[in-house]
Every structure is written in C-alpha cells, then in structure tokens.
Design a protein around this ligand. Structure first.
Ligand SMILES: Cc1cc2nc3c(=O)[nH]c(=O)nc-3n(C[C@H](O)[C@H](O)[C@H](O)COP(=O)(O)O)c2cc1C
Length: 274
C-alpha cells in the first residue's frame, strides 16, 4: 500500500472490538516500533505496546464514548516542546504502520496517566499522549458517527489558509511546489487534537526550504502540549510522502533569528530539500 493511500484510509476509531491484538499483529507492530525508535535530532523514544486484560476495569475515555479499547502504544518524552514534537512524529509512524496492517487507531490526549503504572516516568519526562490500536466493527457504529459529526472530524482547512510563500506571505500556489504539493496535501489530511490543524508551512523558493510553524489554536490543547504532538504528526506525513515521491531532504532546526518570525506563529522545524 502506498503512503498516500494509507494516510487517506486512516481515521480515528472510537468503537473497538473488545479483544487483544492477534499475536502476529503484535509482533509485527512491536518490531516496527523497535526499528523506528530514533526520530528528530536523533532523539530516541522507547514506545511500548501495553495490553490490559479484557476483564480489567476499563479506563474511561471521552466520558465513556470510546469503547472496547484495551491495547495502547505509549512512551515518555522529555517535558519540552521539541521532544513532544518528536513523540508525535514517531508515534504517527506507528499509527500509519498499524493502518497499513488493517488495524484501527485513535490518538488520545486526555487519559488517566495512573492507568499505565507499567511505565515509570522519570523527573523531567511525561506521557504527552497515547494511541489506542485494535480492530473495528465492519459497519461504523452510531456512536462513532455521532462523535465524528460533533467535532467535524472529516473537515480539513483549505490549502490557502495553511501553506504560504515565505517571501510574500501570500498563499502558496501548488505549481510553485511541484511534487511537494502532494507532501503538503498529506499534512493537510493529518489528524490533530480536536481537529484544530495548527500547522502552517512557508516555502522559501530561494533556499529550497519548507519552514513549519505552529499556530496555537486552543489554549487547552497548547497547555497540555497536544499542539506539539500535532506538529510532529504533520512532519511525519510530509516526510513519508516526500520520500515515497523520491524527494530527498532532511529536517533542520535553524538557530534563533535565521527564520523570520511570523505574527502569532511559533517556528518548529525546516525541511531542507535535496
Ligand atoms: C494529539 C491528539 C490528541 C487527540 N486526543 C483525542 C482525545 O482525547 N479523544 C478523542 O476522541 N480524539 C482525540 N484525538 C483525535 C482527533 O479528534 C482527530 O484526529 C480529529 O478529529 C480528526 O479526525 P480523524 O483522525 O478521524 O481524521 C486526538 C488527536 C490528536 C492528534
């Protein structure tokens, strides 16, 4: 399956079949996690698959509106924006791998940390978010449809509100970015906390660089670090689509003052083409 198809087929599932992962699926996902533990700036995050006993008391999520969950993937990041971005970047790759394997997932930003007493959290570290992984019913249950409708989950912001020319600050014309337009489109389709889509991207044609900025949309999500995870997710979609299209490049974090400040936006990272 091609990455654009995987990205398009992913959605947040909220009703899971109450069952454990099949051993082959667990093994496959586990190997992927181990092979892909190093992320931005070479920072490694040790993710783990945690399976709770189906008969155990369930953790309440979304006031009980997420059902049947008992398998989670999580780890700890440093309590810093950069590390949370990396956490989102790495864990979204796990989400996409799971999607390719036919599993369904949901990112969760609000959960009870004490539910995961298997994970020890050192000082200066945190669990910024988790994902649920599992199997779905064939037919989308009513509750799932209702939640999606309530948060407008399928809606995405228009291209001209997200992607800009770095010099003129005007909306980017897809003809300027050639094959990279598909990478940007995959950013547009990414999941985000409350579907807030806080990413803004500026293309510098002279330097051949894409600068990624965060626009904090929700104070609540920003204070929990969820918008940092959102940014990491966007970076992984951009990278995976670019690599599939044979567009090589690397992630940089420019020193302060190199990338222009943009109103209410916070600079996150740059993709240097080539
Ligand atoms: C960091 C993050 C945290 C999220 N937290 C929750 C959550 O606590 N509960 C929930 O139901 N959905 C959560 N979501 C899922 C989003 O609501 C969902 O991605 C968005 O509405 C877009 O829908 P889609 O994923 O189906 O494309 C979260 C997503 C992200 C990226």
């Amino acid at each position: 399956m091609e990455i654009n198809e995987i990205i398009k087929s992913r959605y947040s599932c909220r009703t899971f079949i109450q069952t454990s992962l099949k051993p082959a699926d667990k093994k496959n996902l586990d190997s992927f996690i181990i092979e892909n533990s190093k992320g931005l700036g070479d920072e490694a995050i040790n993710f783990r698959i945690i399976e709770k006993d189906v008969s155990d008391k369930q953790m309440k999520l979304n006031y009980g509106m997420i059902q049947g969950h008992n398998t989670y993937v999580l780890g700890t990041s440093k309590s810093s924006a950069d590390s949370r971005v990396n956490y989102g970047y790495l864990l979204e790759k796990v989400v996409l791998k799971a999607t390719e394997m036919g599993l369904v997932t949901c990112w969760i930003g609000y959960f009870d940390k004490s539910f995961f007493n298997e994970i020890s959290i050192e000082d200066g570290f945190e669990i910024p978010g988790i994902i649920i992984a599992g199997y779905s019913e064939e037919k989308q249950p009513y509750l799932d449809k209702f939640v999606r409708f309530a948060i407008n989950a399928s809606k995405r912001t228009r291209w001209d509100k997200l992607f800009f020319d770095y010099k003129s600050k005007t909306p980017l014309n897809p003809t300027q970015t050639g094959k990279y337009s598909e990478s940007l489109e995959m950013v547009r389709l990414a999941p985000s906390s409350g579907n807030t889509q806080p990413w803004r991207v500026f293309f510098d044609e002279t330097e051949n660089e894409f600068h990624f900025f965060k626009k904090p949309i929700s104070k609540r999500y920003e204070s929990r670090g969820l918008h940092d995870i959102d940014m990491g997710i966007a970076l992984s979609h951009f990278e995976l689509m670019s690599l599939q299209n044979d567009l090589s490049g690397k992630w940089l974090k420019h020193a302060n003052g190199i990338v222009r400040t943009m109103d209410d936006l916070q600079y996150i990272r740059t993709w240097k083409c080539g």
